[in-house]
Design a protein around this ligand. Structure first.
Ligand code: ADP
Ligand code: GLC
Length: 506
């Protein structure tokens, strides 16, 4: 456990300790729909021992409060986007200090998730819900709400928090005493677009829809606030940082981003290598087995357990591919459906854990229908099974059309489950293709293909089967992948250096 609050350090903290507030819609283990949660849960813990006091601000969705210890109310939040609420403070089991925007009219809902109701439709008041989160972030940063701890830096995550930068820009009281801000763009595809007429309902002036304000192709964009006014922008890999400056990857924002290119940095995510460690993973209880580079043979035990759990023929001799993913166009899994026949006839097996677009869910059900003993699809979200898939599969397939960073290929590296990735974004930055030269030079860690299409993916799947058949060569790559440093240390140091640079001399 890392210390994350002054008390845990057991001594007086240096006055220069930088205080950072993460404003985020997700944070593992409290609430998670994707990689942002993993980042918001792990990066603060990695920053703490480097000398940062990081707290996380997040909505009090149902169930979140109950997962925190020592919860107390720190400030009232009156008339917050249509109702009263309060700011709560608590601590996770890992020692992360969390502040919750407890606004029952916005966040206490039956069923559904953080962004959408039980039917999968976005909550109709998402503009109010994430304006509230953003406003509280701005209020804490500027001292308009006094919670007894004021951040030196506000670190905003994705569109749901990006409106913080608008309040700090438009509200004269907040603007007068505002801390520096960093916006991390985890995924430019999500831009927080709403009807411009809603501006007054979220405490923004009507002129916010001017061209040099938050107007974006006729909509009001929450993300644009951060892109325009955050003091620094980061995204989650250097390649994605370059891609979003181009018309092809900029999703309409490339012009604005190019104007801010001098304030944009790509920092590859790490993973929590305590939670994601095949040697100690608590999700690998029997019949699964923990393993390490020195006990790699025990990975076969987890493979057999996964095959048995999901009703596949238990065979050690064929490669078992895994997928753990949102089922969305971004993730390119339609390409896997098209390419699978290339290796199906060689006996390859596939396990898919995912949820999302109905057509993709149906596509995988259909594939299962044709290969009942070799393909399994679990449609749903299951944290424990995601660990078991990483442990039991031989290769993890990530054929994304674009991928800002991607975490499942990093989990794959750590688990010796060789990533098969599209050569885009963070996938290109984290996996070294097992081509002849890389194998000869001893640097390969997985398989990369381009362009992102079913044909090249099929070839990559075949290459996996070929290498898998040469067991010593396969194991060499596995061991190399497992010894890659995929933890947070490097990235955390880079974020800290950025915060230090932005904070005026204290
Ligand atoms: P993204 O954030 O774009 O969805 P990432 O690869 O960055 O992609 O992160 C996805 C995270 O969500 C990983 O921790 C992955 O294990 C997890 N995940 C995705 N789908 C599921 C699922 N169906 N069940 C459990 N975990 C999932
Ligand atoms: C986003 C991206 C993913 C990234 C994650 C965490 O969800 O789609 O590539 O790994 O954020 O930064």
């Amino acid at each position: 456990m890392y210390p994350s609050c002054p008390v845990a350090w057991g001594h007086e903290l240096p006055s220069s300790l930088v205080k950072v507030l993460f404003v985020t819609p997700e944070c593992y283990p409290l609430v998670k729909t994707g990689g942002l949660a993993d980042v918001a849960g792990a990066l603060p813990l990695a920053l703490a021992p480097l000398g940062a006091d990081v707290r996380v601000l997040l909505p009090a969705y149902p169930g979140v409060r109950g997962r925190l210890r020592k919860v107390r109310t720190v400030a009232p939040l009156l008339s917050l986007m249509g109702g009263d609420g309060s700011l709560l403070e608590g601590t996770t089991a890992e020692g992360l200090q969390v502040w919750l925007v407890d606004a029952p009219h916005l966040f206490r809902r039956d069923g559904g998730g953080p962004y959408a109701g039980p039917g999968g439709e976005d909550w109709p008041d998402n503009h109010l819900r994430f304006a509230a989160l953003s406003w509280v972030g701005a209020a804490l940063g500027s001292g308009v709400v006094d919670a007894g701890w004021r951040p030196d830096v506000l670190h905003l995550h994705d569109w749901q928090a990006a409106l913080t930068a608008a309040y700090l820009h438009y509200d004269p009281v907040m603007a007068a005493d505002r801390p520096p801000t960093v916006l991390t763009i985890h995924n430019l595809a999500f831009q927080g677009l709403f009807d411009g007429a809603l501006a007054p309902s979220i405490r923004l002036p009507a002129h916010v829809m001017d061209g040099d304000g938050l107007e974006y192709w006729g909509h009001l964009s929450f993300l644009k606030a951060g892109v325009l006014w955050a003091d620094h922008l980061t995204t989650v890999s250097p390649t994605y940082a370059r891609e979003i400056l181009t018309p092809g990857g900029g999703m309409g924002f490339d012009g604005l981003l190019r104007a801010r290119a001098g304030h944009l940095t790509g920092i590859v995510n790490g993973i929590d290598d305590h939670l994601w460690d095949p040697a100690t993973d608590t999700h690998l209880a029997p019949p699964y087995s923990t393993y390490s580079t020195r006990r790699l043979h025990a990975k076969a035990v987890s493979k057999a357990a996964l095959q048995a759990e999901l009703g596949l023929t238990v065979r050690p001799d064929v490669p078992l591919f895994g997928v753990v993913s949102r089922l969305s166009h971004q993730k390119g899994l339609d390409l896997l459906l098209q390419a699978w026949h290339r290796v199906a006839h060689r006996g390859a097996q596939l396990v898919v854990l995912g949820t999302g677009e109905a057509a993709l869910e149906e596509g995988f059900r259909h594939l299962v229908g044709h290969h009942r003993h070799d393909v399994a699809a679990v449609i749903g979200f299951d944290e424990g099974l995601s660990h078991r898939v990483q442990a039991g599969a031989d290769a993890i397939v990530v054929p994304s059309r674009f991928e800002p960073c991607g975490l499942t290929q990093l989990y794959g590296l750590r688990y010796g489950t060789l990533p098969v990735v599209a050569r885009v974004g963070g996938l290109a930055d984290t996996v070294i293709d097992a081509n002849e030269a890389a194998l000869r030079d001893g640097v390969a860690t997985g398989f990369a293909f381009s362009p992102v299409d079913a044909g090249p993916l099929g070839v990559a799947l075949e290459r996996v089967c070929d290498l898998y058949a040469e067991r010593p060569a396969w194991q060499k790559v596995q061991k190399r992948a497992m010894s890659r440093d995929v933890g947070w240390d490097l990235a955390a140091a880079r974020y800290l250096a950025l915060y230090e640079r932005l904070v005026p001399a204290r």
